[in-house]
Design a protein around this ligand. Structure first.
Ligand SMILES: O=P(O)(O)OC[C@H]1O[C@](O)(COP(=O)(O)O)[C@@H](O)[C@@H]1O
Ligand SMILES: [Mg+2]
Ligand SMILES: [Mg+2]
Length: 323
């Protein structure tokens, strides 16, 4: 049934891109397919529960955070095309042992990891930058998201999907029973208008006044200033929330809040904000910190930097007041 469809390896082979980048994409996609099998195995794969370790973000790591981080790190660093990797789950960047690599790969190996023990959707997010040197240090990773040459997420849900951009639109592939990524979503585009938003409402009291007012206006529905009823969804895994927006529009908001002034938002610029912003912009949406500042133009200051995020349907992002 999938014989006449385009496979990811054929799509990658046909890309007008350097061979090294094609290798990176191939390795990342194969590892996401491997991760999907571990995720699907759940308790049978020994993949549930806490690892007993705390990561550099001061978060408790799940066993699967550690397993998936090791899988991506090992696979990518073994590739001659990779100069180094960085991950949400590792304190420092890891340069490759060889000196042939041309690419830096940054990843959130398991996004939405609090979902894993309840058998809800999780994902993997990957960002690819060109490296100025085959022996990179952390300074070489400090590039704005605009420099990305590729971004990928894999969504481990009822179907396992991989969504990819190399800067020429967004394509979605579904993992077949034979273990092949098959093109199922050509030319993904985000509708400019929406009636759906995603935000963790339990944080309402911590937001700035303008964000509270904006959300209050959405909740007033057809009788309020926006003159239409809005629906709300929150999967608690950015990959799944962004995937919904790529499929049917919407906005995803994780605003600045006043709890920890030194952490301007929850989401990580390098592993979550940048790759998702690249995919969203390539699909015709907007990805900002505050409705105006493009995430892709933020100059990173440190590896594990956090940022506020407002992304999705362009006209609704224009209506968002930020902080
Ligand atoms: O705890 P909250 O507010 O629901 O946060 C959910 C957000 O946190 C994240 O889970 C963070 O990702 P990790 O699981 O990779 O730490 C996002 O995917 C998601 O959007
Ligand atoms: Mg995450
Ligand atoms: Mg994670």
């Amino acid at each position: 049934m999938t014989a006449d469809r385009t496979r990811l390896d054929a799509h990658i082979a046909a890309l007008d891109a350097p061979e090294g980048l094609k290798t990176v994409l191939t390795v990342a996609a194969a590892t996401c397919a491997d991760i999907s099998r571990v995720v699907a195995g759940g308790a049978l794969a020994g993949a549930l529960g806490a690892s007993g370790q705390i990561n550099v973000q001061d978060e408790e790591q799940k066993k699967l955070d550690v397993m998936t981080n090791d899988m991506l790190t090992d696979a990518l660093l073994a590739s001659p095309a990779v100069a180094g990797v960085a991950s949400e789950e590792m304190d420092e960047v890891q340069p490759a042992a060889h000196s042939t690599g041309e690419y830096l790969v940054l990843f959130d190996p398991l996004d939405g990891s609090s979902n894993i023990d309840i058998n809800a959707m999780v994902g993997t997010i990957v960002s690819v930058l060109k490296s100025a040197t085959p022996t990179p240090t952390e300074a070489d990773f400090m590039q704005p998201g605009r420099n990305q040459v590729a971004a990928i997420y894999a969504l481990y849900g009822p179907q396992t999907m991989l969504v990819l951009t190399t800067g020429a639109g967004v394509k979605g592939f579904t993992l077949s029973n034979d273990g092949d990524w098959i093109l199922t979503h050509d030319d993904i585009a985000i509708s400019p208008d929406t009636k759906e938003f995603a935000i963790n409402m339990s944080n309402l009291r911590h937001w700035s006044g303008p964000v509270q007012t904006y959300i209050g206006d959405l909740l007033k529905g057809a009788d309020g200033p926006r003159g239409k009823n809005f629906n709300m969804r929150w999967v608690a895994a950015m990959v799944a929330d962004v995937h919904r927006i790529l499929m049917r529009g919407g906005v995803f908001l994780y605003p600045w809040d006043k709890r920890e002034p030194n952490k301007p938002g929850k989401l990580r610029l390098m592993y979550e904000g940048n790759p998702m912003a690249f995919l969203v912009e390539q699909a015709g949406g907007k990805a900002t910190t505050d409705g105006v500042q493009a995430i892709l133009d933020v100059q990173p200051e440190h590896l594990h930097q956090r940022i506020p995020v407002a992304l999705g349907s362009a006209n609704e992002i224009d209506a968002y007041p930020g902080v």
